[in-house]
Design a protein around this ligand. Structure first.
Ligand code: 5AD
Ligand code: FES
Length: 343
């Protein structure tokens, strides 16, 4: 890479043409990773934050073409954790040093506002020093407001892709990019720390779509950005599609770190799935968050978004230990902290 590290740090000011070139770059990305790592260290040192992921329901009323728990997948074995099971995941996680719990699930019609608010309230009462993150999809503004009032701190809702045409390629007509964006801006406006994001290498995605993702994120200015490679699931319409690559995902992670120096950026499970050292490389490319799985193992194997998902059999303790070693192996350190954004 010819550009100097100092030039790369100006990535957020690049015009479209040059940003496209950076996304498309062929060959060594060493300078890009180095620049991203410097920026990450300026803001977060070597700290890596943990999020305890609780996949509490795989019922979903949506039918996204890429997703293994889409409603049309009759082979998916459906489950829902009870509030008691969820609280017990938190107890377990707290003892292991987690200070953020992420409640993630499909758009399960049983997730009434009352049920979610009661759950959030119970977790926050038991663990006032912890952050609660929700990741349960598109809702009316009034529901988001109720979750916030109940004490939820953060919300993850990937936009998935920022162009209308590509959004329609990935989703059935009943879902729209317009509503997805409405949700994200509502969440921000209400006061949540908000996470957006997209899959890398999803069917029909070109550099043009990735550029649109970056520009949309500049508009939204989220606190967290979740990206990972698209990975086909055998029971979906995208079963025969090619997965996203490690190279492009790492490059996008670095570009995101350079454009959003403060952002909380996870080295995702999907990244660890396409390469055995994907998450370690993700950390070196600018990521600063890891999300070990706290879901009980018998349920977790059914939270099957894409094929060959890792950590399916490892219990929470094993996953936590494994991630600690991985983080250490590349020179960073896990901190037991809520890990709020440092703007
Ligand atoms: N490959 C990679 N990521 C996927 N997700 C859903 N299905 C897949 C897949 N097949 C991601 C989506 C979603 C997040 C929870 O998981 O981006 O927002
Ligand atoms: Fe889950 Fe390695 S991170 S087992």
């Amino acid at each position: 890479m010819k550009e100097s590290i100092e030039q790369l740090k100006q990535t957020r000011d690049l015009p479209d043409e040059q940003l496209l070139q950076l996304i498309d770059h062929q060959g060594e990305d060493t300078a890009l990773f180095e620049a991203a790592d410097q920026v990450r260290r300026e803001h977060y040192g070597t700290d890596v934050f943990l999020r305890g992921l609780i996949e509490f329901t795989n019922y979903c009323k949506n039918d996204c073409y890429y997703c293994g728990i889409r409603r049309s997948n009759r082979c998916a074995e459906r489950y829902r954790l009870t509030p008691e099971q969820i609280l017990s995941c938190c107890d377990n996680g707290y003892a292991m040093g987690f200070r953020t719990f992420v409640l993630q699930g499909g758009e399960d019609p049983r997730n009434t506002d009352e049920a979610i608010c009661s759950l959030v309230d119970q977790i926050k009462t038991r663990y006032p020093d912890c952050a609660v993150t929700l990741s349960i999809g598109e809702k009316p503004r009034s529901s988001y407001q109720a979750y916030f009032d109940a004490g939820a701190d953060r919300y993850l809702l990937r936009h998935e892709t920022a162009t209308d045409a590509h959004y329609r390629r990935l989703h059935p007509a009943e879902l729209s990019l317009e509503n997805r964006k409405r949700c994200l801006f509502d969440l921000k406006d209400i006061g949540f720390q908000v996470g957006a994001g997209f899959m890398v290498g999803s069917p029909g995605q070109s550099t043009k779509e990735l550029l649109a993702d970056l520009r949309f994120l500049q508009q939204l200015q989220p606190d967290m950005i979740g990206i990972g490679p698209f990975i086909p699931h055998h029971e979906t319409p995208f079963a025969q599609e090619k997965p996203g690559t490690l190279e492009l995902t790492l490059r996008m992670l670095s570009i995101l770190r350079l454009m959003f120096p403060y952002v909380l950026l996870p080295a995702t499970t999907a990244l660890g799935t396409i390469s055995p050292i994907g998450r370690e490389l993700g950390l070196k490319a600018g990521a600063n968050v890891m999300m070990p799985n706290l879901t009980p193992t018998d349920a977790r194997k059914n939270y099957d978004l894409y094929d060959n998902k890792i950590c399916m059999d490892e219990d929470a303790g094993k996953c936590r230990g494994c991630q600690e070693n991985r983080v250490k192996s590349v020179g960073y350190r896990i901190v037991s902290d809520r890990g709020d954004v440092r703007r």
